[in-house]
Design a protein around this ligand. Sequence first.
Ligand code: RIB
Ligand code: CA
Length: 325
Amino acid sequence: MMQALIEPVVVDCDPGVDDALALAMILATPKLDLVGVTTVFGNLGIDQVTANAAGLLALAGRGNIPVAKGAVSSLTGKFSGGVPHVHGKDGLGDQSLLSGVQSSPLGKHHAAVQLVSMAKESRSNGGLTLVALGPLTNLALALQIDPEFDTYVKRVVLMGGNAFCMGNATPAAEANMLGDPEAADIVFGARWPVTMVGLDVTHKVLLSSEQLSRIAAQPGFSGSVTSRTVPFYQSFLKRMNGIDGIYCHDPSAVAFLLAPELFQTRALPVRVETKGISRGKIWPSLGDTDDESPEPWQDRPAIEICTDVQGPKVSSLIERALLES
Ligand code: RIB
Ligand code: CA
């Protein structure tokens, strides 16, 4: 019998409530082998998101998975201070989910160094899938450390960006891309296959309060994470967007790994705005051939932009994955 293909995955993240749910989905999915976690500033500062990543893995009984601490700020030295009003001061809903949890020691190398070595190691078993759930600084730094890094990686699936819709951090930009537009432009111009799971689709993937209650009632890791971290995030979204439930930003990137057929995509070169009031905006080219695109888009690889999604089906997939762990 053909052995089901086990896909080595590294998550680069800024936990963050939805990052935590995305990690829970991966840990609950046998065909995904989480070989490492790297952290990046974003929702909170690097020390907090790193403690959260290590603590979540320990809580899940997976303290053996290495965690490498990454960038404290963007390539240009910027960090907004994070969004504690969205994810809580501790980044995980301010319900002391991790109090008393003993985390494993962090890896001694910077996340960017660790990404290069994990990608090299994974070449012999099909190549690494990089799931990026925060600003793309670590990936850009890894490309600076080793210009061949993009050739070691099988694919990048990232939550971030907004191609044909408004932003969420500003009217122009989505939070992860705004965190480091220069890094994002480098990542979208490299040679690896990239799938952008952006607001164009994640704003159509919601977990309702009813679904969240079912997950939260579960014993186990996903139940604890959901019951303790989601209420804070949910009340923010209720106040800001009037929704009943939560947008599944980061979980949607994992859902793409599991069921890409539920997503509609378009292959286009993109640039990332780095100046002015639209800083962080993703600009797809007009078409997929050079003569259709003005100079800044020429000679750029096409990336796979998720342009639409079967939202309810992805929401059910996320719920099932979280109910299983
Ligand atoms: O815009 C949503 C993204 O920004 C998510 O990854 C969330 O965790 C924050 O990092
Ligand atoms: Ca995130």
